[in-house]
Design a protein around this ligand. Structure first.
Ligand code: 2HG
Ligand code: ZN
Length: 477
C-alpha cells in the first residue's frame, strides 16, 4: 500500500477510501469513451476533510480529480489512465446549510443531487430553476464546475447566473469562504466566476449560495410546427415580444428527432405523426397569474403568429400530464440517440440570428464531405445552443462513421466559429475538446487562461489534462 493511500485512510477512515478496483464505477465516463485509473477514490465528509485531502495530495505530488454524478459528456471528471490521481467524490457532502426565504437564497453543499436542490427550494415555496435531463443524478458541484445550462436558461440563465456565492478549497488546501448571498458586491476581482465553469482545474467547489425565484402559479406548454428553421427563429422573436419574461423555454426538435423518439420510445407520446413540417419547438410559458391568464396569452401570441404565417401548426397541452408528456419527448432525445448507437455530438452555440444560416451551411458542407450522414439537430434554440449531432448513414456502420469523428467535427466547429459561435455552449471542454481549443481562442485569451491556471494551481495538480493542455501550464512536470 502506498504512503499516500495509507495517509488518506488515516485522514478519512478506511471505509471512505477506495482502491482503483473498488472505484471502477467512477472510472468510465457516461458515454463510455474514457476509462481512467486512480491511486485512490476518497469520500470526504466535509470541507475541512476536502482541504486536508488536497494538502496530503500536494505533499505527495498527486493529481486530484473531482467528480459529481458522472453525467458529463466531455470526460472532464474521468482521471487519466496513469493510476496516479486521487478521485474526490463529494457524495457525503449533501447537506442543506441554509434556506433564507427573505433573501431568496439557498446554501447547499456540492454533493447534493440537482433534483434534491430543486425539491428543497420547492418545499420552501420557491423555485430553483436549473433544469436538465440528468437532474436526477447530476450534482450541484458538477453543474457549477461545468456552468451547466439546460432548458430554462432562456428565462433564468446558466448555473453562473443562478449563483451568488461559493465555498472553494484551493489547490493549496486552503478554504475560501465566499458564501455571500449578495446581489451586489463590487469588491474587486470576481473569484466566484473564475471557479464556475473551470471544470475542477482551478479549485474544488464544496458549497454554493444559490438564487431562488417565486414558484410559477401557471404554466402552459405547446409543441409548435414550422416550415423552416428560419420561421422558428422569426417566431421566437415574436414570442419574446409577446410573452416577455414569461417565456421560459423554447426547445428545438426536428421531424427526424420525433421519428427517432417514436422508434426508441414506442410507449411514449407520438405527436405530429402525419405532419409534413421538418422543424418543431417545445414552448413553455410560466407566470405568476393564473392558468387562464397563461392560456389567454398563448391564444393571443399564437393567433397573431398564425396570421403572420410565422407558425404552421400547434399542439397545446391541455393538462399537466400532457405538458409532461411533451417534455418527456425533449428529455428523452439524448437517450434515444444513445439507443440508436454512438453518434457525433456537437454542443455548439451561435447568435440566434445566425442559427438558420449555420444549419443550412453546415448540413450542406457535411453532405458534400460525408454523403448520407443523418442530422439530429435539437436543443436550446432560445439560447442559440444546438446539439448538432450527426449519426451514421443508412447502410454504413457506427464504427465506420466514428472513424471520421475528428474530420467531421472540425467542419462543424469551424462553421460554428465562422458564424460567430462557440464550440462548447454548455458541456464544457474536458478531455474531448482540449486539443481543439487553441484553434478557436485567440493567443491572448489562451495566455490569460494559462496565467490564471498558473497563479491558482502552479503545480498543475487539479484535474490535469482538462480544459488546458498541460504542457502549457508552466511548472507541470
Ligand atoms: C440535452 O440538452 C443535453 O439534452 C444532452 O445537453 C445533449 O446528448 C446531447 O447531445
Ligand atoms: Zn443541452
Amino acid at each position: 500500500m502506498s504512503e499516500l493511500f495509507a495517509g488518506l485512510q488515516q485522514l478519512l477512515g478506511a471505509s471512505h477510501v477506495q482502491s482503483c478496483e473498488q472505484a471502477a464505477p467512477y472510472l468510465t465516463d457516461k458515454q463510455g469513451h474514457y476509462v481512467g485509473a486512480v491511486l485512490a477514490a476518497v469520500h470526504p465528509a466535509n470541507t475541512q476533510e476536502v482541504a486536508a485531502v488536497v494538502r496530503l495530495c500536494v505533499q505527495h505530488n498527486a493529481p486530484i480529480v473531482v467528480q459529481g454524478g458522472n453525467t458529463g459528456l466531455m470526460g472532464a471528471a474521468t482521471p487519466d489512465a496513469s493510476g496516479t490521481a486521487v478521485l474526490l467524490l463529494l457524495d457525503r457532502m449533501n447537506r442543506v446549510r441554509e434556506v433564507d426565504t427573505d433573501n431568496d437564497t439557498l446554501t447547499v453543499e456540492a454533493g447534493c443531487i440537482l433534483q434534491s436542490v430543486q425539491d428543497v427550494a420547492r418545499n420552501a415555496g420557491r423555485l430553483f430553476p436549473l433544469s436538465l435531463g440528468a437532474e436526477g443524478s447530476c450534482t450541484l458541484g458538477g453543474n457549477l464546475g461545468t456552468n451547466a445550462g439546460g432548458t430554462a436558461v432562456l428565462r433564468y440563465g446558466n448555473t453562473r447566473e443562478l449563483t451568488l456565492g461559493l465555498e472553494v478549497v484551493t489547490a493549496q488546501g486552503e478554504i475560501w469562504n465566499g458564501l455571500r448571498g449578495l446581489r451586489k458586491d463590487n469588491t474587486g476581482y470576481d473569484l466566484r466566476d473564475l471557479f464556475i465553469g473551470s471544470e475542477g482545474t482551478l479549485g474544488i467547489i464544496t458549497a454554493a449560495t444559490l438564487k431562488l425565484f417565486p414558484l410559477p402559479k401557471a404554466q402552459a406548454t405547446a409543441l409548435l410546427a414550422f416550415e423552416s428553421l428560419g420561421q422558428a427563429v422569426e417566431f421566437l422573436s415574436h414570442a419574446r415580444a409577446g410573452f416577455g419574461a414569461s417565456l421560459t423555454a423554447f426547445e428545438l426538435l426536428t421531424a427526424d428527432c420525433l421519428a427517432l423518439l417514436r422508434e426508441h420510445f414506442p410507449q411514449g407520446p407520438q405527436p405530429f405523426i402525419k405532419a409534413t413540417q421538418p422543424w418543431f419547438a417545445l414552448l413553455e410559458l410560466s407566470d405568476n397569474h393564473s392558468d387562464s391568464h397563461a392560456r389567454d396569452a398563448f391564444e393571443t401570441v399564437l393567433g397573431e403568429a398564425f396570421d403572420a404565417e410565422l407558425l404552421a401548426d400547434a399542439l397545446i397541452a391541455d393538462s399537466l400530464a400532457q405538458s409532461e408528456a411533451l417534455w418527456q419527448l425533449r428529455e428523452n432525445m439524448s437517450e434515444a440517440q444513445k439507443r440508436a448507437g454512438r453518434n457525433m455530438k456537437h454542443d455548439i452555440s451561435v447568435p440566434i440570428s445566425r442559427v438558420a444560416e449555420f444549419v443550412e451551411h453546415t448540413d450542406a458542407l457535411l453532405q458534400a464531405h460525408f454523403p448520407g450522414v443523418r442530422h439530429y439537430t435539437f436543443g436550446h434554440l432560445g439560447d442559440g445552443n444546438l446539439h448538432y449531432n450527426v449519426a451514421h448513414p443508412i447502410g454504413s456502420t457506427v464504427e465506420a462513421h466514428m472513424a471520421h469523428y475528428e474530420a467531421l467535427s472540425l467542419l462543424v466547429h469551424d462553421s460554428a466559429h465562422a458564424h460567430g459561435g462557440s464550440i462548447s455552449a454548455e458541456h464544457g471542454i474536458g478531455q474531448r475538446k482540449l486539443a481543439m481549443l487553441p484553434r478557436y481562442k485567440s493567443a491572448v485569451e489562451l495566455d490569460l487562461m494559462q496565467r490564471i491556471k498558473q497563479a491558482l494551481d502552479p503545480r498543475g495538480l487539479l484535474n490535469p489534462g482538462k480544459v488546458l493542455l498541460s504542457q502549457n501550464v508552466k511548472g507541470n512536470a
